[in-house]
Write a protein that binds this ligand. Structure first.
Ligand SMILES: C[S@@+](CC[C@H](N)C(=O)[O-])C[C@H]1O[C@@H](n2cnc3c(N)ncnc32)[C@H](O)[C@@H]1O
Length: 237
């Protein structure tokens, strides 16, 4: 599960806060920590459940990055041909292993770098939740989208931080006025849709996490352009 020494240094894109046990445990408890966080967690569970609910219930799923393994309870893992949870951080993968053990779910766990690794397997559905907004480098976001779309036979479920949300608009204004530095990377929704279209996917569902209090937007995009033959034959789910 852990990389050889020469590959284990976090890449520039990889957020330090998720790399150690304290950070991973912190993230594992994030959606339980307050009433508002619990509400956000429940809302995201409902969105993911609804989006997966429109797809084949037996579809194989890659959930990457999986963080501490949330969503496992709603994924109906037992019905699926195959489920893999993957993340760059070994500490996060340990947290995931605990979550999966509590859920009694039989799921593959792998270390994976969505920026640096080459896609090796194909899944029906790929979920990439709460990663893109951490990446300020356009080329890195492009590599993540390349990985995700070339690993997905049917659909992708992903999130990004939208400039077009109320909170995103306020944050953009604060940045422009020099009142905010750094933080999440806000993108125009058209840019993400165009990037998906350029990779053969069309957005068929869109859900905001909150009308006022979150920048995160979930998109479900389905494949319009058939997978190249070599990819299609590399895995049966
Ligand atoms: C905000 S967490 C989201 C986790 C999960 N999707 C969720 O919503 O609970 C971001 C995760 O991305 C992982 N990560 C960061 N860079 C990565 C990369 N290049 N490849 C794979 N995972 C990465 C981190 O280790 C962390 O677990």
């Amino acid at each position: 599960m852990t990389r050889p020494e020469h590959q284990s240094a976090p890449a520039s894109h990889t957020m330090a806060r998720y790399q150690d046990t304290v950070g991973a445990d912190n993230y594992a408890a994030k959606y339980e920590r307050s009433w508002t966080r619990r509400r956000t967690g429940r809302r995201e569970d409902a969105i993911v459940s609804a989006m997966l609910g429109t797809l084949d219930p037996t579809a194989s799923v890659l959930n990457a990055p999986c963080g501490a393994g949330r969503f496992v309870d709603l994924m109906q893992v037992g019905k699926r041909r195959r489920v893999r949870f993957a993340d760059f951080s070994p500490a996060m993968l340990s947290a995931t292993a605990r979550t999966l053990a509590t859920a009694g779910a039989s799921v593959e766990i792998r270390q994976l770098d969505l920026v640096r690794d080459e896609p090796a397997d194909v899944f029906d559905v790929v979920m990439t939740i709460r990663l893109l907004h951490h990446l300020s480098d356009e080329a890195e976001r492009g590599r993540v989208l390349d990985f995700v779309t070339s690993s997905a036979r049917q659909a992708v479920v992903l999130t990004f931080a939208s400039k077009g949300t109320v909170k995103g608009w306020i944050r953009s204004m604060r940045t422009r006025l020099g009142l905010r530095h750094g933080g999440e990377n806000l993108r125009p929704e058209a840019e993400i849709r165009d990037a998906l279209r350029a990779r053969g996917f069309r957005v068929v569902q869109r859900r905001k996490v909150s009308a006022l209090f979150s920048t995160q937007v979930y998109l479900l995009a389905t494949r319009e352009v058939p997978m190249p033959a070599a990819g299609a034959s590399s895995a049966s789910g």
